[in-house]
Write a protein that binds this ligand. Structure first.
Ligand code: NDP
Length: 327
């Protein structure tokens, strides 16, 4: 059964007198730091001298190097890009880990695939908001919660769960309920969306654009119909608000009938095999190994694929449609 934690399950006093070190002041780092401070937690920010660290200083935080922040932090929130976490952890954080300290992640990738393995006497915890950083901050300020997965990978102090819940509460993540998960589940679900759901959506939209324009429909009209008008974005928002099928009430009976009668035939039954393949390469670690090799080689495949995507003629058409939409 799914366990969901609320504010009542979390005791903020556990973090009183402790220092939380926020490493990286980007999307999640800034939201984490501001929310924690507003919840009465002592926060320091560690990073490299750059515009984001300047921003942290302007926001009134004590800023320092990653190593200094790791030395000061009882809880160390690793909020730098996943690709650089291994190196920064090894060189600047590991030397400062003492028994009972906690390392907190917002995504399970590096721990799940064994790329970061903190010593057994430390806590390894995760609060993974299902929301971009700006949303994490805006919701907190509005007195609302953001959904999050919380997990404990390693309980070195015997207090890892209460610590995780206190941190989640200070972030605003237990206001509407935080789902107990694992580093494996969070990483695998996140990657499944990235390896099957979103590629399928991209393929359906780009494929429909190519098909319809080849059949003589006006490119501007096709783009506006498929995603340019933001109707599709509104449908997704309504799916989250009222339900995937219940939002059909906002569409005409003709639309509802058309959708329901074509739901099963729109994609071939073999699509299930694509799901199986996507999940398999996530679970057996072969995608993680491929991505590590790609990074080590300087991103040759990634660069080529991005160049091809941005060379697609629909990019120019999107500019036209944005002008039509008055943006
Ligand atoms: P960002 O890219 O927004 O921010 C990273 C921060 O780390 C920036 O301040 C960046 O500075 C700094 N940084 C980059 N490289 C280094 C380095 N080598 N040493 C020290 N600091 C460095 O990251 P996100 O907030 O997007 O991601 C952080 C974590 O949160 C990741 O684990 C991610 O998976 C997770 N997450 C992110 C979500 C999101 O919405 N973005 C959602 C949920 C989880 P600079 O800008 O100068 O490079």
């Amino acid at each position: 059964m799914t366990t969901i934690y609320y504010d009542k399950d979390a005791d903020l006093r556990l973090l009183k007198g402790k220092t939380v070190a926020i490493i990286g002041y980007g999307n999640q780092g800034r939201a984490h730091a501001l929310n924690l401070r507003d919840s009465g937690i002592d926060v320091v920010v560690g990073g490299v001298p750059d515009a984001t660290l300047d921003q942290a200083q302007q926001d009134g935080f004590e800023t320092m190097s990653v190593a200094e922040a790791a030395a000061q932090g009882d809880v160390i929130c690793l909020l730098i890009p996943d690709e650089v976490q291994q190196l920064v952890y090894r060189e600047e954080i590991l030397p400062h880990l003492r028994p009972g300290k906690a390392v907190d992640f917002a995504h399970g990738y590096n721990v799940h695939y064994g790329l970061i393995t903190p010593p057994p006497n430390t806590d390894v915890i995760m609060i993974a908001p299902r929301m971009i950083g700006v949303g994490v901050r805006d919701a907190y300020v509005a007195g609302k919660g953001v959904p999050a997965f919380v997990a404990v990978h390693q309980d070195g102090s015997g207090q890892a769960w209460p610590k995780t819940l206190a941190l989640a509460r200070a972030l605003g993540c237990t206001r509407n309920g935080a789902i107990e998960s694992t580093f494996a589940e969070e990483t695998e679900l996140d990657h499944f969306s990235e390896h099957f759901v979103w590629p399928a959506v991209f393929r359906v939209l780009v494929g429909s654009y190519e098909f319809l324009t080849a059949r003589g429909y006006q490119p501007e009209a096709v783009l506006m119909e498929l995603w340019g008008s933001k109707e599709a974005a509104e449908v997704l928002a309504q799916m989250a608000d009222v339900g995937i099928f219940r939002q059909m009430d906002f569409h005409s009976p003709t639309s509802q009938y058309g959708t329901l009668t074509h739901m099963d035939s729109a994609l071939p039954p073999e699509t299930r095999l694509c799901m199986e393949a996507a999940l398999e390469e996530i679970k057996d670690g072969s995608f993680a190994r491929e991505w590590e090799l790609e990074q080590a080689a300087g991103y040759p495949v990634f660069t080529k694929l991005k160049q091809a995507a941005f060379a697609h003629p629909l990019n120019e058409m999107e500019e036209e449609v944005r002008k039509l939409a008055g943006e």
